[in-house]
Design a binder for this molecule. Structure first.
Ligand SMILES: Nc1nc2c(ncn2[C@@H]2O[C@H](COP(=O)(O)OP(=O)(O)OP(=O)(O)O)[C@@H](O)[C@H]2O)c(=O)[nH]1
Ligand SMILES: [Mg+2]
Length: 392
C-alpha cells in the first residue's frame, strides 16, 4: 500500500509542477510561445578548414550549417496566363475535316449523279434538287445545271476525274475565288483599324469577336475589344473572358447603357494603347429596320469622330438557311456590310449558303466558323472549301 501511495504522491507532484510550468508559459497576457532561442553562433573556422561553399558538407570535420530562416508565405497572386494563338495562315486547311464531314454528302451525291451513263431529265432534276437542298440558291443552281449540261454534252463519255474537274470548276466559279476577302485591319498611322461585328441573336457574334481577336493576336496584332452589347451584363462578361485569355483589353459600359458610347470609349482606348485593331461586338436584337439603322448608324458615327470603321462584319449562322438569310438582309440594308463571317459551317451540310449569301448580299464571305473551339475560326479559302465538298 505504502508503495502505491508513494507513486501517487510522485505523480501528483509531477502533474502540479507541469501545470505550473504550463501556466507560466500560457498565462493570460503572456506570450503564447517562448521567443525563439537564438542558436549559438558557430565559432569561426580556422583558415585551413574553410572550404568552398557546398563542397563536401557531410565530410568529416565540417560544421553543421543551420537551415535558412523560413520566410512567411506570401499571399498567392494569380497571374492569368496569356495565350498566344497560332497564326491564321492555313487554318482552313487544318480545319478542312470539319467541313468534309458535313459537306461530303453533297459532293459525293453530285459526283455519283454526274457519273451515270445516261443523264436524262430525271437525273438533271435530281442534281438541281441536291444543289437547292444545300442552300446554293435557285438562280445559281440554274446557272450551274445549264453549264454542266452543256459541258457534259461536249465531253460525251466521262471518266470520274473529268466529272470531278467539271463540278469543281462550276462550284469554284459560283464561290468566286476572285473576290477580295482580305480583312481590313491595317492601322492608319497612329489610329487603329475598327471592326464592327453585327448580326441577329445567337448567330455567334460574341464568339466570333473573341475568335477574331485570337486570329489577330496570333498574327502579331494588338487588339482592344468593345462590349457594345449592353443589354445583358453576361454579354460583356463573355467577351471579357475571351479578351483575358489573349491579353486584349475589354472596354465595357453600364448594363443598359449606350452602345455607341462603349464603341467610342473602345476606340479611344485603342488609340491610347496604340492598338492595331479595335473590334466592337454589338447586340443581336432584331429591331425594326429603322431602329437598327439608328443604333448602328450612331455607333458608326461616334467611332468616326476618332477613327474609321474599316470593316463591318455580318455574322450569319449557316444552319439557319433561307430564314437566316432574310434576317441578314435587314442588317445589310441598315448598315454597309463589308464582309460576312459564316458560323457553324461544321454543323450543316448546307454549305451552298456561301454561294447564295455572297450573291444576295453582294459581299464576300471572309471568315468561316468551323467549331466551338477558340481557334475554330478561319479566313475563308474558296479552293479548300470546294475540295472539301468534293472529297479528296
Ligand atoms: N458549332 C459551332 N458553334 C458555334 C460557332 N460559332 C458560334 N457557335 C456557338 O453559337 C452559340 C452562340 O454564340 P454567341 O457568340 O453567344 O452568339 P451571339 O450572336 O453573340 O448571341 P447574342 O449576343 O445572344 O445575340 C455559342 O454556343 C457558340 O459556341 C461555330 O462556328 N460552330
Ligand atoms: Mg453576343
Amino acid at each position: 500500500m505504502d508503495g502505491y501511495l508513494g507513486v501517487i504522491v510522485i505523480v501528483v507532484v509531477v502533474a502540479l509542477l507541469a501545470a505550473g510550468a504550463l501556466f507560466l508559459l500560457f498565462r493570460p497576457g503572456g506570450k503564447a510561445a517562448p521567443p525563439p532561442v537564438k542558436p549559438p553562433e558557430a565559432p569561426p573556422l580556422p583558415e585551413e578548414e574553410k572550404r568552398p561553399a557546398g563542397a563536401g558538407e557531410e565530410a568529416e570535420g565540417a560544421t553543421t550549417t543551420l537551415p535558412p530562416p523560413v520566410k512567411p508565405a506570401e499571399p498567392a497572386v494569380v497571374v492569368p496566363e496569356i495565350e498566344v494563338p497560332p497564326p491564321s495562315a492555313g487554318r482552313m486547311v487544318r480545319l478542312r475535316s470539319r467541313l468534309a464531314r458535313s459537306q461530303n454528302a453533297l459532293g459525293r451525291g453530285l459526283l455519283d449523279l454526274l457519273s451515270r451513263d445516261r443523264l436524262d431529265d430525271e437525273v438533271w432534276d435530281e442534281i438541281e434538287e441536291s444543289l437547292i437542298t444545300a442552300d446554293v440558291g435557285v438562280a445559281p443552281t440554274r446557272v450551274m445545271v445549264e453549264e454542266l449540261r452543256t459541258k457534259v454534252k461536249v465531253l460525251g463519255s466521262r471518266t470520274h476525274e473529268e466529272v470531278r474537274a467539271l463540278l469543281r470548276e462550276q462550284l469554284l466559279t459560283q464561290v468566286n475565288p476572285d473576290l477580295d476577302r482580305t480583312l481590313r485591319v491595317q492601322k492608319h498611322g497612329e489610329r487603329p483599324a475598327v471592326v464592327l461585328v453585327v448580326g441577329v441573336n445567337g448567330t455567334g457574334k460574341t464568339t466570333t469577336t473573341g475568335k477574331l481577336a485570337r486570329v489577330l493576336v496570333g498574327d502579331g496584332k494588338k487588339v482592344v475589344l468593345g462590349a457594345a452589347d449592353t443589354f445583358r451584363a453576361a454579354a460583356a462578361d463573355q467577351l471579357q473572358t475571351w479578351g483575358d485569355r489573349v491579353g486584349a483589353d475589354v472596354v465595357r459600359g453600364p448594363e443598359g447603357g449606350d452602345p455607341a458610347s462603349v464603341a467610342f470609349d473602345a476606340t479611344a482606348r485603342g488609340i491610347e494603347e496604340k492598338a492595331d485593331v479595335v473590334i466592337v461586338d454589338t447586340a443581336g436584337r432584331l429591331h425594326t429596320k429603322t431602329g437598327l439603322m439608328d443604333e448602328l448608324g450612331k455607333v458608326k458615327r461616334v467611332v468616326e469622330k476618332k477613327a474609321t470603321v474599316d470593316e463591318t462584319l455580318l455574322v450569319l449562322d449557316a444552319t439557319t438557311g433561307q430564314n437566316g438569310m432574310r434576317q441578314a438582309q435587314v442588317f445589310a440594308e441598315a448598315v454597309n456590310i463589308t464582309g460576312i463571317a459564316l458560323t457553324k459551317l461544321d454543323g450543316t451540310a448546307k454549305g451552298g449558303i456561301v454561294i447564295s449569301v455572297q450573291r444576295e448580299l453582294g459581299v464576300p464571305v471572309k471568315l468561316v466558323g468551323l467549331g466551338e473551339g477558340p481557334d475554330d475560326l478561319a479566313p475563308f479559302d474558296p479552293e479548300v472549301f470546294v475540295d472539301a465538298i468534293l472529297g479528296e
